[in-house]
Design a protein around this ligand. Structure first.
Ligand code: DAH
Length: 354
């Protein structure tokens, strides 16, 4: 019996897997197993012999069974450990880049602008693309006789004869969103409004639909200095290097004073590089929101003041990503999109890099 015990405990200890273990179980304590056969022999023994051998055999059987059970658990644990080791997955790795179409560079830049301004406390406000002309013009201090209306090459929505509802236009700029967001939220307020705008114009540098991002910051003591800081902060984050700005006195009906803003660039070697050199490139219009505009939006100009700006998204996208022709943005040419487009997984964030 001692031999049997030593033999099986040793073999169980060395069993490599559950199949080997099962074979051992059959060999030892199965119906025709060695220990079971021994138990059958008990019948042929004298009662005295049986009294000694019986309990001993039972104890041996128990011992083998519990060794088998323990080994089974140990094998299962080892198998699980092995699986955990081989199926290990680093969930912090970036997902595999599978291109199913591309993100348009304008969408990418739109998101980049949103991420940078969000970091400075600006939220996103939206307005309709088919806009009442009051929001697009009158509320922005552009009355009907104002030459700016003609200059804007506005698309007017068709009205049936006898329909005397106020006229609607395709918004010519994102500035009407200033009015809508001040009406909705009052002051203080800090918003940007990226969106599509429309003008009846088409040549190498103009398309009838293009994109702007409007900025608006109204509080008790906001000044041009805050505007300059915000814009320089924006351009430096956007272009990934420090970018000087130049403010030129200008005129817009909805701001007083008004400034056009240029960014520093060089034209060396025939390509434009932002953030170096002695040349300047105009990228946006801005100024202190006109008191009449605040009043039209229901904000008391005696209490509140602030800046606004409007920037061309297409323009700054071309500058950053070296896209030479504006019209290509809207051609839907798949080869162009594959070349200039972005992976859907390259989501712009301040931490991940703009
Ligand atoms: N709305 C102007 C345009 O489309 C751009 C602009 C100029 C927006 C000055 C502003 C601003 O908010 O303050 O030409």
């Amino acid at each position: 019996m001692d031999d049997l015990k030593a033999k099986y405990l040793d073999a169980i200890g060395q069993a490599a897997d559950e199949t080997a273990l099962e074979e051992l179980r059959v060999q030892a304590v199965g119906k025709k197993g060695e220990i079971s056969l021994k138990m059958r022999e008990l019948g042929k023994m004298t009662p005295e012999e049986r009294q000694v051998a019986g309990p001993a055999l039972n104890a041996l059987k128990d011992e083998i069974n519990s060794a088998l059970a323990a080994k089974k658990v140990a094998l299962a644990d080892a198998a699980l450990d092995e699986r955990l080791r081989t199926e290990w997955l680093d969930v912090t790795l970036p997902a595999r880049d599978r291109r199913v179409g591309t993100v348009h560079p304008i969408s990418q830049v739109w998101e980049e602008c949103t991420a940078i301004f969000a970091d400075m406390g600006f939220s996103v406000a939206e307005g309709p693309q088919i806009e009442e002309d009051w929001y697009n013009f009158d509320a922005l201090n552009i009355p009907s006789h104002h030459p700016a209306r003609a200059e804007m090459d506005t698309f007017y929505m068709h009205r049936a004869e006898g329909d005397d509802r106020p006229p609607h236009v395709l918004r010519t700029h994102t500035s009407p969103v200033q009015i809508r967001s001040m009406q909705a939220q009052g002051a203080p307020i800090r918003t940007i409004s990226p969106g599509r705008v429309y003008r009846a114009d088409y040549d190498q540098t103009h398309t009838p639909m293009f994109h702007q991002v409007e900025g608006l910051a109204i509080d008790r003591d906001i000044s041009m200095a805050n505007l300059k800081w915000v814009l320089e902060e924006f351009f430096s984050a956007y272009f990934g290097r420090s970018v000087k700005t130049r403010f030129r006195a200008s005129h817009f009906p909805f701001t007083e004073p008004s400034a056009e803003v240029d960014i520093q660039c060089s034209w060396e070697g025939g390509t434009v590089k932002v953030g170096e050199g002695d040349d300047w490139l105009e990228v946006l219009g801005s100024g202190m929101v006109h008191p009449k505009v605040l009043a039209a939006a229901g904000v008391d100009p005696e209490q509140w003041q602030g800046f606004a700006f409007g920037m061309g998204i297409d323009r700054i996208a071309m500058l950053k990503y070296g896209i030479p022709d504006l019209r290509a943005f809207f051609d839907s040419d798949l080869r162009w999109l594959r070349h200039y487009g972005f992976s859907a997984l390259q989501v712009p964030t301040i931490r991940g890099g703009i």
